[in-house]
Design a protein around this ligand. Structure first.
Ligand SMILES: [Zn+2]
Length: 326
């Protein structure tokens, strides 16, 4: 089965109606390797897809056969991923000596570590730039986003970016995981394993000499720990809470509702965008009135701070409801 895409162009000017008929096949060995990479990391990971693409009229077929990992010099954290482009480029040249018919046709990356269930503004900007760049050979760029990991099961979303047109989400029904192994898989799997073990030994090395670690890395690790603890606490208390990305500055925030007798408390808990030495911010709205706007210090007492303000918000909401009925 394939899927006909409807566009969500980036910005109104890009909006086009389209009847592209797309089907995507992904080798199961690719999914297995992604699952493994995601399960051993609590940072953003990713890779460049290698495969084949064919077009017949408005029908596009993409087959993802393998991928190049982000390299041992990857720069990543819980909230960002900068692959080693030099390594990926060099590796691609090596692969071409085995098979001249391969294409770089997209990429995957993961948000399992930060809970953002969609592409970030930065992701969309980056993919749009890639598909529109002169160096990119194709008119299509296929993106796979891992949004979560349940046991060994990946939650996935798929997108297609089209040169000078825009992008669209590809429905699950148009994507098929099929049995297959690229002849290049063994090389790339070994390279990825080597990169991971190199990164592990670097991390151990740094742990042994923590005062020499770059400040940025220490900060990223700190936020990673905070966010993963928060995720556990928040979803335990408010299972329907969602993480989103602020349009203004790209900072990550949690949003959830608490239903009261006479309306909802709208809670927003936002992380600082750059520095981990700044507090998070908690905002609670009731009946379009701001009842709480407080900083939350990111230390071990933050859940008590949040609980205290939630209780206060409920009291304020009660008196507002009372006032409204008078
Ligand atoms: Zn992303």
């Amino acid at each position: 089965m394939s899927g006909v895409l409807s566009w969500f162009g980036i910005g109104r000017a890009d909006y086009r109606h389209s009847n592209l008929d797309i089907s995507v096949e992904i080798f199961d060995t690719v999914i297995a390797r992604i699952s493994h990479a995601v399960s051993v990391s609590n940072r953003e990971e990713g890779g460049k897809f290698i495969g084949k693409i064919s077009q017949n009229g408005n029908q596009i077929k993409i087959r993802v056969e393998t991928y190049i990992d982000s390299g041992s010099r990857v720069n990543n954290s819980v909230g960002h991923l900068m692959p080693d482009g030099e390594y990926q480029e060099a590796m691609f040249r090596v692969l071409e000596t085995f098979d001249q018919d391969i294409h770089y046709l997209g990429s995957w990356h993961t948000h399992h570590c930060n809970g953002l269930a969609e592409l970030s503004q930065g992701d969309i900007r980056g993919y749009t730039e890639t598909v529109n760049s002169r160096q990119y050979d194709l008119d299509y760029f296929f993106a796979l986003l891992i949004t979560d990991l349940y046991g060994s099961e990946l939650r996935k979303r798929y997108y297609l970016f089209v040169r000078s047109q825009g992008s669209a989400e590809i429905p699950d029904s148009a994507v098929h995981i099929i049995q297959g192994t690229s002849p290049l898989e063994q090389i790339l799997k070994s390279a990825e394993e080597a990169a991971f073990s190199h990164r592990r030994s670097q991390a151990n090395f740094y742990r042994g000499a923590s005062e020499h670690r770059p400040q940025m890395e220490v900060a990223a690790d700190f936020m990673q720990k905070i966010r993963s603890e928060d995720r556990g606490w928040i979803l335990n208390h408010f299972p329907r809470a969602q993480t989103l990305e602020a349009k203004k500055d790209g900072s990550i925030y949690w949003r959830w509702l608490i239903s009261l007798d006479d309306g909802d408390l709208k809670v927003r808990y936002q992380y600082p965008s750059y520095s981990s030495s700044r507090p998070a911010h908690l905002e609670i709205i009731y009946d379009s009135e701001e009842v709480i706007s407080e900083n939350i210090l990111l230390n071990s007492s933050r859940f008590e701070q949040i609980d205290k303000y939630l209780a206060l918000a409920m009291e304020k909401a009660k008196s507002i409801a009372l006032r409204n009925t008078k």
